[in-house]
Design a binder for this molecule. Structure first.
Ligand SMILES: Cc1cc2nc3c(=O)[nH]c(=O)nc-3n(C[C@H](O)[C@H](O)[C@H](O)COP(=O)(O)OP(=O)(O)OC[C@H]3O[C@@H](n4cnc5c(N)ncnc54)[C@H](O)[C@@H]3O)c2cc1C
Length: 438
């Protein structure tokens, strides 16, 4: 089958890789000159099944009120006269009930665990080097209340099969000695030894190169302007995509099937087809520092709960990322937010890095209100979705690519997940292991 994948971020590239593995002829289209140039460029680096709890949870509404209008708030709604933002916000509030949160956590844990195993399999198969660390993820708390409130989430993760172990402050410092300087401020933590970290851009670019070797075609510098379609009801099909290249030339590219993986820009592309994706961009920041003193910089990937920052060692660099602004498609850097990240990192690890030359970046997380992505079918028989991975696209990305490749090929993926447009399984297994594909 000929398949066109729209988007060359992690989700598009992992889809293309697995589709090719299943024997399809694959073409990837992206407006950028290479893979992973947008949100999959400089994220927090964590493969964090242990962080499956979405922002939409029972404690969120109160926190949002508290943070409203605060420039350095971890999650900031900047209210705009825009119906999509309000609709998204209302849907977000609906996802905050205990029942919805529990449902969403289960979905995310299942696809994230499947994804981590898929990532490990792809890594073993391809040998892609991406500053991967397999030392787990350590979450530390400096506020008693936050620590206490984290205990049920950690217990739920354990029930779901994710070994997120609650630990005391001494254990936190034993696992990551670079935190010794703030030992007296740490009130506790939790540690998930099976989680990982690594550079999403290096991985995605590496996998794109492997795709080329495997025969995948790429059309970079091509912007998708619209999807062409015909028929109605069960006969509705996408017939092609209209693209415009860097020289301004329009062209229509045809295929048997199409996978939409254009991240935060997915919703407007399918809206004219009557597909209403509830996706909104969530702007996040990262700062990357050159490590000066290898021993003083952490090796274990960390989550600093008080500041809602994630910290990953990427070889001789330290990546610190976090915060979310719900404020449309703007990607400009807010100096207050940038300085807050550097101030906190310097406080945690003084002299570990070159803090005078940070590389700041922003990216737009493709957020669904529940943080559960759209992976699956649409009412157009040959149009598939792999988008909306929000805060956990690196964590869920490889498995989502594998799952959509199966769905396009007419198979049910081997993971219990509420795939879009597909009936639920009869039996509900918990986390399933990923069989090696021959
Ligand atoms: C600050 C920050 C920190 C994060 N930290 C983590 C983390 O630690 N762990 C984790 O799991 N996740 C993290 N994430 C989330 C993760 O990075 C994203 O979920 C993931 O990168 C989304 O990948 P994607 O392929 O869906 O989107 P993208 O990477 O944005 O890819 C979409 C592609 O589509 C292309 N495109 C869009 N529109 C068009 C068009 N019309 N025509 C042609 N091409 C088009 C774009 O050029 C782009 O290449 C973080 C995100 C941010 C912003």
């Amino acid at each position: 089958m000929n398949v066109i994948v729209l988007g060359a971020g992690l989700l598009g590239i992992s889809s293309a890789w697995h589709l090719r593995q299943l024997g399809h002829e694959v073409t990837v289209i992206d407006r950028q000159p290479g893979a992973a140039q947008e949100t999959s460029f400089a994220n927090g680096g964590q493969i964090s099944v242990s962080h499956a709890e979405p922002w939409a949870n029972p404690s969120a509404p109160l926190k949002l009120l508290k943070w409203l209008g605060r420039e350095d708030a971890p999650l900031l709604f900047r209210l705009r006269p825009e119906w999509l933002q309000w609709r998204w916000g209302l849907a977000f509030l609906r996802e905050c009930t205990p029942a919805r949160t529990a449902h969403n956590i289960r979905q995310i844990v299942n696809i994230a665990e499947f994804s981590r195993q898929t990532l490990q399999a792809v890594r073993a198969e391809t040998g892609i080097a991406y500053d991967c660390e397999t030392r787990g993820i350590l979450h530390f708390y400096t506020d008693e209340d936050e620590f206490r409130q984290s205990l049920p989430a950690a217990a739920l993760m354990r029930d779901l099969g994710c070994p997120r172990e609650t630990i005391d402050a001494d254990e936190v410092v034993r696992i990551e000695p670079a935190l010794a300087g703030i030992r007296n401020k740490i009130v506790g933590g939790d540690y998930t030894a099976t989680d990982e970290s690594g550079d999403v851009h290096k991985f995605t670019a590496g996998l794109a190169a492997k795709c080329v070797e495997a025969g995948v075609n790429f059309r970079f510098n091509h912007t998708v302007t619209r999807l062409l379609h015909e028929g109605t009801g069960p006969a509705a099909r996408v017939t092609g995509v209209e693209v415009i290249d860097q020289h301004g030339r329009h062209q229509v590219l045809r295929a048997d099937s199409f996978v939409l993986a254009t991240g935060s820009f997915s919703a407007p592309l399918v809206k004219p087809l009557g597909i209403d994706l509830l996706l909104y961009p969530g702007k996040g920041y990262s700062a990357t520092y050159q490590v000066k003193d290898a021993e003083r910089a952490p090796h274990v990937s960390l989550t600093d709960d008080g500041y809602k920052l994630v910290i990953s060692r990427l070889g001789d660099r330290l990546r610190v990322a976090g915060t979310c602004e719900i404020n449309g498609y703007t990607r400009e850097l807010n100096p207050v937010r940038c300085e807050a990240i550097t101030r906190r990192t310097r406080e945690l690890f003084p002299n570990a890095c070159d803090y005078d030359n940070p590389v700041y970046w922003t990216g737009l997380r493709p957020l669904t209100p529940s943080n559960v992505p759209y992976i699956g079918r649409t009412r157009y028989a040959n149009l598939f979705l792999n988008t909306g991975h929000g805060t956990l696209g690196w964590t869920m990305g490889c498995g989502s690519g594998r799952a959509i490749a199966d769905i396009v090929s007419g198979h049910r993926p081997d993971v219990d997940f509420a795939f879009t447009g597909m009936a639920k399984r009869d039996k509900t297994p918990t986390i399933v292991s990923v069989p090696v594909r021959s």
